[in-house]
Each structure stands twice: as structure tokens, then as C-alpha cells.
Design a binder for this molecule. Structure first.
Ligand code: IMP
Length: 209
């Protein structure tokens, strides 16, 4: 049973492979080029779910279990921005090239400069979509709440991690070890939910349960 993850990132492939090894050992997790798919899917959706489904459908091809993901940061005081534009937040305002984490973080700090401490809530969101060979599909969403700091903290992680304060541990995401982050992050929650849901679907569970 071939499962194609719509990503050319070897770390993402390895992560899903090791996660599914236990609960779904018959799933062979492969990158798109292993089955001759080389194109990139344009993320034209208005929601994380739509983008994840676009990617999953593009690699399913009616033959494979297609899996796609989309993630980002939603900030309460910015009405959910940057949202699906998280990777291209600064680029969209003409402030930087395509995907520039440093410029994105500078813009986030700037946009929240006047926002008081009590109103700086935010969430990281990760959506994983799956399209089965028979066309059935489902999505799983993981979220983690936090708040946006006024200055960078920590050197780990990537993207907006140094500005995301995770209150239960009193540290930013960039100050957590990878295992600590994985235990609570939007991506960890979504991936574990996805593994459980896929196992149920393949065992004959009805979609939507
Ligand atoms: P994607 O690759 O289209 O899912 O875009 C995700 C973007 O959202 C990244 O480029 C980051 O800017 C942001 N993002 C998603 N997850 C995280 C995270 O765990 N930490 C920091 N930034 C994240």
C-alpha cells in the first residue's frame, strides 16, 4: 500500500514514515518523485484545509493514498492573519522575497506593536488532508494556542517559533527541544490524529466518524 506525501522535504517523509511504522506498518511512505510526480502544487486555497486537500488530491491520482499538509500562524488581533499566507506574509506586502522568516517575524512584531499584552493571543494550525484511491477524503486539524512576544526568545525551531510563547511551559517554541515541541505542537497533534484516522478508514470505519 503506497502512501504518497505531497512534499519533497526528506525530513517530512521520514517523520511520517516513523509515525506510521507502528500503527500502519503496511503503509509505504514515499515522496511524489518515487512514483514519477515532479510538479509543485500551487497553494491557491483560502483555508488550510483547502490547500492540504489540493496537495493530497494532486498526488493521489486515483491510485495512491495521497497526503498533503498546510500550516501557519493565526493571530487574533490580526483577524487570523497571516493564516494561509504565513510563509509569504512579508512577500505579500512587497517587503521581502518569497519565503523570508526574518522578514515575516519583523512584520509580525511591527503589526502588533500597539497591541497590549492581554490581546496578543495566537494559534499555530496544521491541517493534514488525505485522499484515498477511491476518491474518499478526510482532513484532520491540529491547533496550539499561545501568544506573540515583543522580542525574540530562543534559537531552535523555525519560522515564527521565537515569537510564539507557549504559556504552559513558560517558554517560546524556539526554546523547546524538538521532542517537547512535537508533544504539544499543532503538527504533532495533527499527525497523531491523522495516523489514528487513517488506520480507522482503512479498517472500514465510516468517513466523518
Ligand atoms: P507551509 O509550508 O505552507 O505549511 O507554510 C507554513 C508556514 O507557516 C511556515 O513557513 C512558517 O512560516 C509557519 N509555520 C508553520 N508551522 C510552524 C511552526 O511549527 N513554527 C513556526 N512557524 C511555523
Amino acid at each position: 500500500m503506497k502512501l504518497i506525501l505531497a512534499s519533497h522535504n526528506p525530513k517530512k517523509i521520514a517523520e511520517l514514515r516513523s509515525l506510521l511504522a507502528e500503527c500502519l506498518p503496511e503503509a509505504e511512505v514515499l515522496p511524489p518523485d518515487a512514483v514519477g510526480l515532479t510538479g509543485e502544487v500551487e497553494e491557491t486555497g483560502a483555508t488550510f484545509e483547502e490547500n492540504a486537500l489540493l496537495k493530497a488530491r494532486a498526488v493521489s491520482q486515483g491510485r495512491y493514498i495521497g497526503v498533503g499538509d498546510d500550516s501557519g500562524l493565526t493571530v487574533d488581533a490580526l483577524n487570523g492573519e497571516p493564516g494561509v499566507w504565513s510563509a509569504r506574509f512579508a512577500a505579500r506586502s512587497g517587503l521581502a522575497g518569497e519565503h523570508d522568516d526574518a522578514a515575516n517575524n519583523r512584520l509580525l512584531l511591527e503589526r502588533l506593536r500597539e497591541v497590549p499584552d492581554g490581546a496578543r493571543g495566537a494559534a499555530f494550525v496544521c491541517c493534514i488532508a488525505c485522499v484515498l484511491p477511491d476518491g474518499r477524503s478526510f482532513t484532520v486539524r491540529g491547533e496550539v494556542r499561545g501568544s506573540i512576544l515583543r522580542a525574540y526568545r530562543g534559537a531552535g525551531g523555525f519560522g515564527y517559533d521565537p515569537l510564539f510563547l507557549y504559556a504552559p511551559l513558560g517558554r517560546s517554541f524556539a526554546e523547546l527541544t524538538p521532542a517537547e515541541k512535537n508533544a504539544v505542537s499543532h503538527r504533532g497533534v495533527a499527525l497523531r490524529g491523522f495516523a489514528a484516522r487513517l488506520a480507522r478508514e482503512l479498517a472500514g470505519g465510516a468517513p466523518g466518524d
